[in-house]
Ligand binder design. Structure first.
Ligand code: NAD
Ligand code: DAU
Length: 351
């Protein structure tokens, strides 16, 4: 059987590596997966060591903004569909350097859309799938949830760049007839997440007896989803979803940041044989993130009723798996934090 080529961008990052692994293993006879990744500080080929020799997998190091490279990939591999994840993904970095987010997240998406528009002429089942975020909808009060119809209200440079790229994806579908899909997902957690994000940062700092920085009053709320459940949702939307539609993906799993930090302290203390309460003493309330969104919550009713997706991993199980993975992956942690990240971390927390 002739395999269809799927171009995955950002496949060496956190969610991308789980997605590439899932697609390469599950669809060995159906898809040839081409992973285009620039390997920024957030991308690491160690995330994909276990599948690098599969016949239906190819890694290409490169930038999604490189017009010539992207067009060559479309031609050479006869790209059938794109699952686009490559992005600058960290809100704090977007506050420090918004321009990088504009170039990668907006211009990069445009470069891929243009290539799809150029190369996909008469085939009705090509799809450009954009992996996006719930942050495009802004911030919620104490009640309510984001629906697919909620107006966009991005409030950080990161979310503004993702909102813009969502708009361009829709514009290409409306103006040029490109088949597109967008999903907007809540906070992911799990193995291979770069330790600048809340959960791995806190685990890593607990292990190393460093202070645990909690922004503001620690009462900001996020909805957490285990990364493999996100990947399964993308798989199901790609195969069962409707073209030019948006699907919200969430875990029905809202927690205040401080509650998560407490859970992590207690879990790691127990696993490391430290006496109860030891790591909670490391908690330090620090200056709030500028413009910090108060609450995110996702209504995934459309995804559940139209596609039949449900999150499978409950928070206690997912958090324990995640903690175990980080405790057993000290080499990975050292590797991914040995470069540019150390300077960034010092600037953020150790001034
Ligand atoms: P990540 O930062 O872990 O990975 C991003 C990947 O993109 C890295 O491998 C990086 O090398 C690559 N990349 C960056 N710039 C590139 C460029 N110019 N060309 C090619 N590759 C480039 O991000 P993540 O957390 O895995 O998020 C992946 C996608 O999912 C992003 O688009 C993000 O907006 C979206 N998303 C993330 C979450 C979350 O909780 N992490 C939730 C919803 C949506
Ligand atoms: O909602 C989806 C989004 O989730 C994704 O689109 C983003 O790519 C992803 O980075 C994530 O954004 P957040 O800003 O919510 O994630 P982060 O892990 O940076 O922060 C989670 C919460 O924890 C947030 O309220 C800020 C807070 N925080 C974060 C860090 C890094 C702290 O209190 N201390 C910290 O040191």
């Amino acid at each position: 059987m002739n395999k269809k080529s799927i171009l995955v961008t950002g496949g060496a990052g956190f969610i991308g590596s789980h997605l590439v692994r899932h697609f390469v293993k599950k669809y060995q006879d159906k898809y040839y997966i081409i992973n285009l990744d620039k390997l920024t500080y957030a991308g690491n080929l160690e995330n994909l060591k276990d599948i690098e020799n599969y016949d239906n997998y190819k890694f290409i190091k490169g930038d999604i903004k490189d017009i010539e490279l992207v067009n060559t990939i479309f031609e050479k591999y006869n790209i059938h569909s794109v699952i686009h994840l490559a992005a600058e993904s960290h809100v704090d970095r977007s506050i420090e350097n918004p321009l990088e987010f504009v170039t990668t997240n907006i211009i990069g998406t445009l470069t891929l859309l243009n290539a799809a528009k150029k190369h996909w002429k008469n085939d009705d089942d090509n799809v450009f799938y954009h992996v996006s975020t719930d942050e495009v909808y802004g911030s919620l009060g104490e009640t309510g949830k984001f629906l697919e119809t909620t107006s966009y209200d991005p409030r950080s440079p990161y979310s503004a760049s993702k909102a813009s790229s969502d708009h361009f994806v829709r514009a290409y579908s409306h103006t040029f007839g490109l088949n597109t899909m967008i999903s907007n997902c809540s906070n992911n957690y799990g193995p291979y997440q770069f330790p600048e994000k809340l959960i791995p940062l806190i685990i890593n700092n607990i292990v190393n007896n460093k202070t645990l920085p909690v922004y503001g009053d620690g009462k900001n709320i996020r909805d957490w989803l285990y990364v493999e459940d996100h990947v399964k949702a993308i798989d199901q939307i790609l195969h069962k979803g409707k073209y030019n539609e948006t699907y919200n993906i969430g875990g029905d799993n809202e927690w205040m940041n401080i509650e998560i930090v407490h859970k992590l302290c207690d879990t790691v203390d127990e696993k490391l044989g430290r006496s109860p309460g030891t790591s909670r003493k490391l908690i330090t309330f620090v200056k709030d993130r500028p413009g910090h969104d108060r609450r995110y919550a996702i209504d995934s009713a459309k995804l559940k009723s139209e596609i039949g997706w449900l999150p499978e991993t409950d928070f206690a199980t997912g958090l324990e798996k995640t903690v175990d993975w980080y405790l057993n992956s000290q080499d990975w942690l050292e590797n991914v934090t040995s470069g540019e990240y150390l300077n960034y971390y010092k600037k953020q927390y150790e001034q």
